[in-house]
Design a protein around this ligand. Structure first.
Ligand code: AMP
Length: 424
C-alpha cells in the first residue's frame, strides 16, 4: 500500500515509524513532515488546509490510504473530501469530529446517553453565565467552545476568577470572541488518557497514558501541549479500562451511529478517575501528542491493518497485542517555550542518544540543514524509551537526553514521577 500521513509532529513521526515497519506498506509519504520523519517517509510540502492539493497529490502518487494526525484537518472535513474523491482515509468525518471541535455538542451527547461527565450548562452570553457561577460557587470550570489548542479551559478557584474567565472568553481573550461557553462542575480525582479504535459500529481498546501538561518540574508553570507522557497509566487497571469501554466509549460510538454520523478513527478520552468511577473530561478525535509516541512503542501488532479495519468497518473480533513494558517520552523544547523562543538552533548528539538501550527518538519540530539538524518549533524532540518498569524507562530516556547537545533546549527532569513513586 502507498500511504500518506498528514501532519508534522512527534505523533506523526511515531506513526511513520510504526506504519513504515508494516510488511503491507510500500511507499510512505508525509505532508508536511519534519527532519526525523524524512528518515522514514518522503516528506512533501503540502498545505493541509488546501484539500484539493492533498487530493491531487494522493491521486498522482496512487495513495491507497491517508492517515490524518492532527485535529484541525479532521474538523475541517479532510476525511469527507478525500473519501468523496475515492481516496480511503483514516479518521472521523467533519460531523463526527465535533466530539473534539465542540464541547457543547459532546456534553449534550453525554447527557442524552447517560455517559458520566461533570454537570454543566451552556451559555451564549456573559450575564447568565455569571449568574450561574454565583449560584454554583467555586471551584468551577469555564470552557470556550471550539478548538483552542488546549488554552480554552480555566479551572477557577474562586467565583471572581470564573467571572474574569467568562469576560475574557466572550471578549476575545482567546483570539476570537467565544460564541458559546460551557460551565461545568470541578471533578476531583486522578487524570488519565484512554485511547480506543472505532470503526463506526465497534470499538476496541488501545491503551492508556498519562501526560504532563505543565512546563516545569513538579507540574508547575504554564500549560503546554505536553512535556512528557508514559504508558500505561497505573490507575487504568484492566477493570477500569473495561468500565471506560462500557460506560463511556461504546455508548458514544452507538450514539453517533444512531445519529447517522458513525465515528471512525481514534477516540481519545480525557478522563478523571473519581471516587465514583471514570468521568469524561473531554474527547479528542485523534491520537494524543506525545501520548501516541508511547503507545506506538508498546504496540506489538502491525498498526496498518488495524487502521484499515477501522476505516472499513471491520474491527469486530480484531485483536491487538501490547507489550507489558512501560514506555515513556521526555519532550525537549526550545528555551522560552511555551512563550517566545528562537528557531534554527543546532542540535547534536542524536545518533549517540539513539544508541541507548530501549531508546527511540521522534522528532516533533526539526528541519534539516545539510547534515545538520536544527530546531524548528517549540516542542522539538521526543526522547522515548521502554523498560520493564517505568523507572527503567525513565532512566534510559534521561540517559539519552544527556547525550543530546542542544544548549538552546530544555526538558523536564521528572517525567512520570507519580508512576515511579507508585512503583517504590
Ligand atoms: P480539557 O481541554 O477539557 O481537557 O481541559 C484541560 C484540563 O482542564 C484538563 O486536563 C483538566 O486538568 C482540567 N479540567 C477540565 N475540565 C475539568 C473538570 N470538569 N474538573 C476538573 N478539571 C477539569
Amino acid at each position: 500500500m502507498n500511504i500518506l500521513i498528514l501532519g508534522s509532529g512527534g505523533r506523526e513521526h511515531a506513526l511513520a515509524w510504526k506504519l513504515g515497519a508494516s510488511p503491507l506498506a510500500d511507499k510512505l509519504y508525509c505532508a508536511p513532515g519534519n527532519a526525523g520523519i524524512a528518515q522514514q517517509a518522503e516528506c512533501v510540502a503540502l498545505d493541509l488546509a488546501d484539500h484539493a492539493a492533498v487530493i491531487a497529490f494522493a491521486r498522482e502518487k496512487k495513495i491507497d490510504f491517508v492517515v490524518v494526525g492532527p485535529e484541525a484537518p479532521l474538523c475541517a472535513g479532510i476525511v469527507d473530501d478525500l473519501e468523496a474523491a475515492g481516496i480511503k482515509a483514516f479518521g472521523p468525518t467533519k460531523w463526527a469530529a465535533r466530539l473534539e471541535g465542540s464541547k457543547g455538542f459532546t456534553k449534550d451527547l453525554c447527557r442524552a446517553n447517560n455517559i458520566p461527565t461533570a454537570a454543566y450548562q451552556r451559555f451564549k452570553g456573559a450575564a447568565a453565565a455569571k449568574d450561574y457561577v454565583r449560584k454554583k460557587g467555586a471551584p468551577i470550570v469555564v470552557k470556550a467552545d471550539g478548538l483552542a489548542a488546549g488554552k480554552g479551559v480555566v479551572v477557577a478557584e474562586s467565583v471572581a476568577e470564573a467571572e474574569a474567565a467568562i469576560d475574557m472568553m466572550f471578549s476575545g481573550g482567546l483570539g476570537a470572541p467565544a460564541w458559546e461557553i460551557v460551565i461545568e462542575d470541578c471533578l476531583v480525582g486522578e487524570e488519565a488518557s484512554f485511547f480506543a479504535l472505532c470503526d463506526g459500529e465497534n470499538a476496541i481498546a488501545l491503551a492508556s497514558a498519562q501526560d504532563h501538561k505543565r512546563v516545569g518540574d513538579g507540574d508547575t508553570g504554564p500549560n503546554t501541549g505536553g512535556m512528557g507522557a508514559y504508558s500505561p497509566a497505573p490507575i487504568m487497571t484492566a477493570q477500569m479500562e473495561a468500565r471506560v469501554m462500557e460506560e463511556i466509549v461504546r455508548p458514544t460510538v452507538r450514539a453517533l451511529a444512531k445519529a447517522g454520523a458513525p465515528y471512525k478513527g481514534v477516540l481519545f478520552a480525557g478522563l478523571m478517575i473519581t471516587a465514583q468511577g471514570p468521568q469524561l473530561i473531554e474527547y479528542n478525535v485523534r491520537f494524543g501528542d506525545p501520548e501516541c509516541q508511547v503507545l506506538m512503542l508498546r504496540l506489538k501488532s502491525d498498526l496498518l491493518p488495524a487502521l484499515v479495519a477501522a476505516r472499513d468497518g471491520q474491527l469486530k473480533n480484531f485483536d491487538l497485542r501490547w507489550s507489558s513494558d512501560a514506555a515513556l517520552t521526555v519532550v525537549m523544547a526550545a528555551k522560552g517555550y511555551p512563550g517566545q523562543y528562537a528557531k534554527g538552533t543546532p542540535i547534536e548528539g542524536l545518533d549517540a542518544a539513539a544508541q541507548v538501550e530501549g531508546v527511540e527518538i521522534f522528532h516533533a519540530g526539526t528541519v534539516a540543514d545539510g547534515a545538520r539538524i536544527l530546531a524548528n518549533g517549540g516542542r522539538v524532540l521526543n526522547v522515548c524509551a521502554t523498560g520493564r518498569t517505568v523507572r527503567e524507562a525513565q532512566a534510559r530516556a534521561y540517559q539519552a537526553v544527556d547525550k543530546i547537545k542542544w544548549p538552546d533546549g530544555f526538558c523536564r527532569r521528572d517525567i512520570a514521577w507519580r508512576a515511579v513513586e507508585r512503583e517504590e
